[in-house]
Design a protein around this ligand. Sequence first.
Ligand SMILES: [Fe+2]
Ligand SMILES: [Fe+2]
Length: 290
Amino acid sequence: MDAWIRLQDVAGRLSAISRSHRYDPYQIFDWPESLPADAYWMSPELMTCHSTAVWDELTEAQRVVLSHHEAASFFSLNVHLIRDLIGEVTHRIYSTRYPGLSEFFHDFIAEENVHAWFFATFCRRYGRLYPARSVSLGSAPTDGMLADIAVFGRILIAEELCDFFNMKMADDDRLPPIARQVNRVHHEDESRHIAFGRQIMRALCEGAGGRVDPEGLAAVGGYLARYVTTCLRSFYNPQVYADAGLPDPTGLRARVIRDPGREAAHRAGLGRTVRFLDRIGLLDPAQVRW
Ligand SMILES: [Fe+2]
Ligand SMILES: [Fe+2]
């Protein structure tokens, strides 16, 4: 089946599921006054210092406190990614380039709006909403099919990485129930967004064959390879280390980011996504700095 026809078919089925699974975000969460100070709020294996020399130097109490700030930082990153992707999808909601996708885009935006709300609520109740940190990725195409490949590629990379975290934490009974629930509810919606994201990337790359210059497509591949690295690095936030009371937060960030123990964690988070983008002929895995 043609990838575009299949895309419309997939989007229609995902919209139907989305509408029959709609929930009231203001009712389903039971937000406690406070969360236990002696529990992990983020799975230790997912924290930025895990598997490094720094981790071995931290006391158990320091690891637990750091997990509280890393949980707020992870949810803050989600809020900023969502704001970015809602803008991009809204911009394309009635684009004539995507006949038959407007309904899905409406569902997608509605769900992302809810996700931003529950992530921000967690941050504001139990920690802080960390500000977005600006990053320079080099130029990306600003219009046409190449711009869309860059945008939907970025969305897919961000969603697959966050989902890797959500899936692990949804089932981690060391975490307070509200932390598990936020991760689980997000994962359930994101499984649809990711199914759509992979299909639209297949369709765009297939449609690009012969219609855009191969050099332009290769440039978007390079841009997305840089985005993979940027996404992974955005987790290492010196403000988080400072809030956890750790000395020399900037130096600590430099140490953990350089630690060879982190590469396996990065590959676990985005290795599958990079292999997928390679399979559809977009991204050369050799360009990714893990
Ligand atoms: Fe989301
Ligand atoms: Fe999403």
